[in-house]
Design a protein around this ligand. Structure first.
Ligand SMILES: [Fe+2]
Ligand SMILES: [Fe+2]
Length: 194
């Protein structure tokens, strides 16, 4: 079972960069799960992937990118490039979600999305996170982690033992709806008003 590996709500990292890099690994694992799932389980695995992507990318957009933009050398350009990649991935994700897991070209399009998401994650680690780590203190990175943790707590990707199947997962609907919901929770956790 890979539950532990792909359950963001159980992550123990306290540093925002460690946390986001660990999520990059989880996203890869969830792509594997969707690819390997038998046809009747594919939709369920895909929903978990969409939830994690919604939480992850929204947390980066709300918390990490604005910080990197202000703190690192050439931050403006680096962050703009990452946002362009995120927008492209979101469009692919929406198309995939709309067509649904039973669409004949689902697996083909999933691989296109995977390529985009993974190239984007590598670019973040190389051009953004490494510099951000060098320009921030441990205390700053711990403070930034709070918003990411609040967002992932709302999006359990697996039912927890002892809870009923009616686990209150607050991330439902389209990928865009999930991202809006994640954004609200993150802003509240970071003490920002809309
Ligand atoms: Fe990202
Ligand atoms: Fe990322």
């Amino acid at each position: 079972m890979t539950y532990q590996k792909t359950a963001p709500e159980r992550m123990t990292e306290t540093d925002v960069i460690d946390l986001l890099q660990a999520q990059h690994g989880m996203i890869r694992d969830l792509f594997d799960e969707v690819e390997r799932a038998p046809a009747d389980r594919r939709g369920e695995a895909f929903t978990r992937l969409v939830r994690l992507l919604a939480v992850h990318e929204t947390a980066e957009e709300e918390i990490v990118h604005p910080y990197a933009r202000a703190k690192i050398d050439g931050g403006e350009g680096i962050v703009n490039d990452r946002l362009t990649e995120e927008d492209q991935a979101k469009r692919l994700l929406q198309q995939l979600d709309q067509a649904g897991p039973d669409a004949p070209d689902f697996m083909e399009n999933l691989l296109v999305l995977r390529g985009a998401v993974e190239a984007h994650a590598r670019a973040e680690e190389r051009y953004e996170f490494a510099q951000l780590r060098a320009h921030t203190s441990e205390a700053e990175r711990r403070a930034l982690a709070a918003g990411v943790k609040a967002a992932e707590a709302m999006a359990p990707t697996h039912p927890h033992p002892g809870t009923t199947s009616a686990t209150k997962n607050l991330l439902v609907g389209t990928p865009m709806a999930m991202m809006d919901r994640a954004r609200d929770v993150i802003r509240k956790a970071m003490g920002k008003q809309d």
